[in-house]
Design a protein. Structure first.
Length: 340
């Protein structure tokens, strides 16, 4: 398949987090065909409940190209015009999967081996696939991780600190609020205090941020709520200790603050001859924990349209990414380093 055909085929398979089975099956079949004609091997790495990473390799996988196959909701299928391929996952990160596969095909056609392709589940939620992969390293020395960076090498990325905030109340008729206690009112008070927490700043990564992503609770407008909860996420730029203490203080005896995810901020190396950037999002790289080699972060597409109703990827950037990934792999295989 051509680069654009493969991108659209992947986009058209719904694979929001926890529903990656179909796209995993597709990739396993596609890569099995490629491996059978080029002397490679392909396996599934079971993660949980019919969710598998897919790993293909040719010789010893000194250089591994990797990204994630899950997407955020809602799903919408692909379309295209002269400039863009549009659809959920087009830039985050199914176009990247297609570019990595095409780069590998080009390298294999040129007789180059010692490559790996690793596609994981769960990056958009909790890096479940990367955790499993980190526990089963394959002696890879370099990991080229794909996320939308507009084909710039990222010198750093922010971390993530995610909480579930839960408040409980007492049911009562809303005409007699003195007889009950509203969990929603308590939750709003706690969230208001959390919004006032000072956010640290870093010279490279910039200022930390906070997002209140979801709020739910209550039963009816004329009933005091007995339960309410919210999910929040900090984008961290350094040591999260002060943030953790501040969240605990804001919740205190009023609510429960349960930490459900922490991924640290990271600093990364540049790559000879490629432009650089710094990104505010979080990736699987910290979860790999170096087990798949020295990491580099680069991919086509803009993060500004990822997770939106306008998600798309420029066809030129996709084509450029194929050449960039092949070039990076060639250099790392030839020299064993990112700078010549």
């Amino acid at each position: 398949m051509s680069l654009f055909e493969l991108t659209r085929a992947l986009v058209d398979i719904e694979s929001t987090t926890n529903h990656e089975k179909s796209v995993g099956d597709y990739l396993f079949a596609y890569l099995s065909t490629l491996a059978s004609r080029s002397g490679g091997e392909v396996i599934r790495m079971p993660v949980e409940q019919d969710r598998d990473n897919v790993f293909a390799w040719w010789g010893k996988p000194v250089v591994t190209l990797s990204t994630h196959m899950d997407t955020v909701p809602p799903f919408f299928s692909s379309s295209e015009d002269e400039q863009f391929i549009i659809g959920r996952g087009s830039c985050d990160a199914k176009g990247i999967i297609a570019a990595m596969i095409c780069a590998a095909e080009n390298l294999l056609d040129a007789g180059i081996r010692n490559l790996g392709l690793l596609f994981v589940v769960g990056e958009e939620r909790n890096s479940a696939g990367a955790k499993v992969a980190a526990a089963s390293p394959r002696d890879s020395r370099f990991l080229i991780n794909g996320e939308p960076t507009e084909n710039h090498v990222a010198l750093g990325s922010k971390g993530a600190l995610r909480y579930e905030i839960t408040a409980n109340g007492r049911l009562a008729h809303s005409a007699y609020p003195e007889l009950g206690h509203s969990a929603i009112h308590t939750l709003l008070d706690v969230l208001g205090e959390i919004r006032q927490i000072p956010l640290p700043e870093d010279a490279l990564l910039g200022r930390g941020t906070l997002n209140i992503g979801t709020i739910s609770g209550g039963r009816a407008p004329n009933v005091l709520a007995d339960h309410a909860e919210a999910e929040i996420m900090f984008r961290t730029v350094g040591d999260p200790t002060a943030l953790r203490e501040a969240v605990a203080s804001a919740a205190a005896s009023r609510a429960t603050a349960r930490e459900v995810l922490y991924t640290p901020a990271i600093r990364l190396n540049k790559f000879e001859g490629l432009p650089t950037t710094v990104v505010a999002f979080t990736t699987d790289i910290p979860t790999f924990n170096g087990e798949w080699g020295e990491p580099f972060l680069i991919g086509p597409g803009s993060i500004h349209v990822a997770h939106t109703a306008e998600e798309r990827i420029a066809k030129k950037e996709l084509c450029d990414a194929v050449e960039i990934y092949a070039r990076m792999a060639r250099q790392l295989l030839a020299t064993g380093r990112s700078a010549i």
